[in-house]
Design a protein around this ligand. Sequence first.
Ligand code: FUC
Length: 793
Amino acid sequence: MKNKCVPILGLLAFAVLAQGAEDKVLWYDKPATDWEKEALPIGNGRIGAMVFGGVASERLQVSEKSLWTGGPGSEGGYDYGLPAESQATTVAAVGKQLLDGATLEPEAVAKKLGRKMQNYGDYQGFGDLLIDLETSGEPVRDYRRDLDLDTGVARVMFKQGMVGYRRNYFVSFPDQVLVARWISTAAQKLRVRYTVPDNRSAQTRVEAGASAARITVAGALKSNGLKYAVEVMILPDCGRIAVEGDAVLYEGDCAVTVLVAARTNYLLHYPDYRANVDPAQAAARDITIALKRSFPVLAQRHSADHGALFSRVHLDLGAAFKLPTDRLRSAYGTGNAAADRALEQLYFNYGRYLLIASSRAGSLPANLQGVWNDKATPPWNADYHVNINLQMNYWPAESANLAETAAPLFDFVDGLVKPGKLAAQRFFGAPGWTLFLNTNAWGYVGPIDWPTALWQPEAAAWLAQHYHEHYLFSGDEKFLRSRAWPVMKGAAEFWLATLVSDPRDGKFVVSPSYSPEHGPFTAGAAMSQQIVADLFMRSAEAARLVGDKAFAARLDEALAKLDRGLRVGKWGQLQEWKQDLDDPKDDHRHVSHLFALHPGNAIDPEKTPELAAAAQKTLEARGDASTGWSRAWKVNFWARLHDGDRAHKLLAGLLRDSTLPNLWDTHPPFQIDGNFGATAGMIEMLLQSQNGEIVILPARPVTWEKGSIKGIRARGDVTVDIEWDMCGEKYVELHTGRDATLKVRSGIVGGEHGFGYDKKFKPTFKQEEDLLTFTARRGGMYFLKRAGTHCDQ
Ligand code: FUC
């Protein structure tokens, strides 16, 4: 077909296919008994709760992001992972030993560079809100427990005898309290308690007035003296309340509202990490403020706040299916494509929901479990692993139109710079800042003593990428100057000082270097080099924008000599190490050497086809079966290779084998990174913009035969809607936040189509094959429409 571009004046309405709410609700027909697999998460970023929905005994297991053992104040001391004496000579000696192509086993390096974590601490649970209902003992009918992703409200509904019950739960960000509302069609007799684990002191006070009762529990963690307080207000609309021991009793004919405030005296501030506040007073203040609003007002404020973020994006895969979520999940992949798509759509929506619920401004970022934890010693301390996991948590933040949720990540990383400078000095004698595999709420920046994961000084550079991405997506130059640049420059200064010249070829390499959790120590492992290259490229661009020409020149010079970590090996694979050591039979979950494919952008099927082919060879060899987050990363890899069906195969594997009945990702155990990584990957399948072009449907799988997505983001401050069928995109709409020249690559452009815009934003444009280049204006709307709606396939 001859290419033809017909400008259409005026605006076309973009029809979003009507969807039932079914794709935005997780629902079950029985109460949860298992915290990890069945309970439903609600949260406001800082406070999280897991809802069980028990009929006679309800349990809301509560968490608060800052309640951590360990760190300053711990008996026996805490050193942030920093040795008192400089280790720079030892590190340099190990680095030198590796320079001629030698390898060292991780155990040998751990003996020299590993350090035992001392009082690293664990993320803690905050206790349980327990509400017992005196029931008639009659059989329960029409039970439903659900989580409405649209409103951010969990509900429990059932009937018993002639009585109907409904309970609503949410954690409000604007009002900073957990809210529960119990309603029944007959009188209710309730017993409300709040219990805390025994690794803390606890003074419990229970008091009841004529119309309200209060439970306060306050104390400090035995581990480190961190103070905490919870205040529970029980507010019946009518009826009688009384105190019995540590419980509040209620009996009456009315609805009961329960408010829970939770605070600690944690402050994200090196080195003390303590605020000069009394958490009991802070929790009381939260309650006092919340008490000024009625339940409907609290509910409305919560849903408006949540909805403002959640409703920005709509995915429609043409799926509609009515099955409880646990059964929808267990039926996944058994032959009903429409039901499969329903789960995929729900899972995508859930990923966005979870990010909103576990990451809001003013608190710590989402950890390995988001904000939810019920254990005193959770897996991997429920900390911040920075060799993939924390980064993966934030992959959807920009593309899924939830940039605000990245605020806690930036605050947290800003807070790592001070201790990170000491890490750079003590371990390398270098300027700038760094950290290694993992960190906690207490600014931990040292290596640990676990041989296969102690060394990852590229973590700071990788985290700096998120700042630059925020700038690329938003175009916010103020953020670039004031927030991104100091972090990026510090990370770059560290590497400018620590790279060494490789005698094998004179190139700059990282040494000692270690490919995360895999293989031997070498000089110049692919991931190390790719991350440093990524940082230097981004920093050079940023340096020019902020006017730091001298630094840009230093980076350009270093880039000219830098080993980019991009080599094709003897079996056609992308090499994980500078030496060709890759084993084609190795199926390790970390595929770190494909960093340049994703989240980096140095490997691209169009621009670097040989490297893309090598990346594909590597992925084929590693196979599709893996742990939760690893499968999620592979969704992104295959999407970047423009293989939608393979990306979908990985997503299917994740849903089938690495997803729990409550749709949490399981590594195993539960780890939230896979939820976020897969959500980001689903967007990568539909829209990419990492290489200067907005690419529409780069990796749409055949099974997503028709559908639409609305409100996702491309770099350059562009919001994108796409509608497609089996023949590809039918309609693409771009909302542009900046004056800029945009390049859009789309199958529509290659065929007969209309290009439309508002008259007042008339662009100049040119078309080369499937690439449309045009001048976009701030506040503009532009669309591409396939000529003819017919699709023969
Ligand atoms: C990385 C992974 C592990 C686990 C841990 C939290 O170290 O290799 O599999 O996900 O993070």
